[in-house]
Design a protein around this ligand. Structure first.
Ligand code: HAM
Length: 428
């Protein structure tokens, strides 16, 4: 019987997994420098959590949830995004601790039953950050600054930040009414999906990609014309903040995003290499969600970045390759166990505290009993820098520089050998 990974999922294999590790490391380091701390929530939550936050009429809830009933009869759903779970955990564990600002981040797989295509999967990874508490435009500016810092931190340069405001509970209904009336007038020119959206979620029509809808969309009134004074002031503040930080952006009055919890600021980052439809990431303000989940009135803002898309647009230069520092070549039958002990000592793990691994080497040993020649071939194929021959000669351990193809001075003891190899590693 032959098995394959389920449609829309992908394995991350050696060769690629190093790039993922590198990317995660970079992102974590940047998040930490901005003061964000990690939250790990479960992969599944009560279905209602997503229905109530992402929104009943969104594509994510209507078509894309992986929902199931467990043996206890509960309806559960594999998380399609991270924000709802973070807010749930924030309230469940009173993470605010009386502080006005909580900076949280997460990193992990999300699940959406979408039609798989380039940059679109059914299981994909997100890095997300949420800033819960402050409602002023400085928080929005920090969020976008962090977003851009992560993107630039992995080497992406040609990206565009697009920005919009969706208004709040006061002015959004006014806009929704206006746009509903406009689209109702042009209903015959809209696609079937949009005619459906006209009844449930007219704002989403602005996001339609069907070509025949585009002329109608082009003439639609802009949300920015209906913003109330406080929303207008907030949006002006966000733009002033981005200018002060030297972050270029474009205002995009048709940017609506695919989740219902947004209020005021929404934003996306697009990379040239991904094409117009696929954002590297996106986010926005969700000032009502904490309250909707039964908490106190608490504004919040966040974003998430799709890791597959980030890697796709970062190109092959992103991330370290893996190669061993040393291959211990076993030259005698029966010397495998002592070779393993030598490798352990070179790795810096022999009786050492676990966190001293920083001073160790990447060491591989043949445990398949192959000939010395076959081991050398294997080591060179993996890109090992040095080969060390075991057991040692009477005058020390022979070492060969595999890259330069030359023999080095023999090292008289394990300690001397280790020191010598570490010095070479630090110098390279
Ligand atoms: P989102 O726009 O639905 O927002 O997703 C954010 C990013 O996740 C997208 O820009 C994309 O890079 C990636 N992504 C989404 N769906 C897929 C897919 N099927 N395959 C590959 N990548 C995908 C959110 O999820 C919000 N929770 C963001 C947020 C955080 N808003 C406030 N806080």
């Amino acid at each position: 019987m032959k098995f394959q990974a389920p449609k829309g999922t992908h394995d991350i294999l050696p060769g690629e997994s190093e790039r993922w590790e590198w990317l995660e490391g970079r992102a974590r380091a940047i998040l930490s420098r901005f003061g964000y701390r990690e939250v790990r929530t479960p992969m599944f939550e009560a279905t209602d959590l997503f229905v109530r936050s992402v929104g009943e009429s969104t594509d994510i809830v209507r078509k894309e949830l992986y929902s199931f009933e467990d043996k206890g009869g509960r309806s559960l759903t594999l998380r399609p995004e991270g924000t709802a779970a973070i807010v749930r955990a924030f309230l469940e564990h009173t993470l605010a601790h009386g502080q006005p600002i909580s900076r949280l981040y997460y990193l992990g797989p999300m699940f959406r039953y979408e039609r798989p295509q380039a940059g679109r999967f059914r299981q994909f990874w997100q890095i997300g950050a949420e800033l819960i508490g402050p409602g002023g435009p400085a928080a929005d500016a920090e969020m976008i600054d962090l977003f851009v810092a992560i993107i630039q931190g992995v080497g992406l340069r040609s990206v565009t930040v697009i920005l919009n405001s969706l208004g709040d509970g006061t002015c959004r209904p006014v806009y929704e009414e206006r746009i509903r009336a406009y689209f109702a007038k042009h209903a015959e020119a809209l696609c079937g999906d949009c005619r459906e959206r006209l009844k449930t979620n007219p704002l989403r029509i602005l996001d339609c990609k069907v070509p025949s809808c585009q002329p109608v969309l082009a003439g639609a009134p802009s949300v920015l014309e209906t913003l109330c004074d406080p929303c207008r002031e907030h949006f002006d503040g966000v733009q002033a903040g981005l200018r002060a930080l030297g972050i270029p952006f474009q205002v995009a009055p048709r940017l609506v995003r695919g989740l219902d919890y947004y209020t005021r600021t929404v934003f996306e980052v697009h990379a040239e290499s991904l094409g117009a439809q696929n954002a590297v990431g996106g986010g926005g303000r969700y000032d009502r969600l904490v309250k909707d989940f039964g908490g106190p009135e608490t504004p919040a803002i966040g974003f998430s970045i799709g890791m597959e898309r980030l890697l796709l647009s970062a190109g092959p230069e992103a991330g370290g390759a893996w190669a061993p520092d040393v291959c211990v070549v076993v030259r005698e039958e029966g010397a495998a166990f002592t070779a393993l002990a030598l490798a352990r000592a070179l790795r810096g793990l022999d009786g050492a505290a676990p966190d001293s691994g920083r001073d160790g080497l990447r060491v591989i040993v043949d445990v398949a009993g192959r000939s010395a020649g076959a081991q050398m071939k294997w080591a060179s194929k993996l890109g090992a820098r040095y080969a060390v021959f075991h057991p040692q000669d009477s005058d020390g351990y022979p070492v060969r520089d595999m890259t330069a193809g030359k023999d080095e001075v023999k090292q008289s003891s394990v300690e001397a050998l280790k020191r010598w190899l570490l010095e070479r590693k630090a110098g390279s």
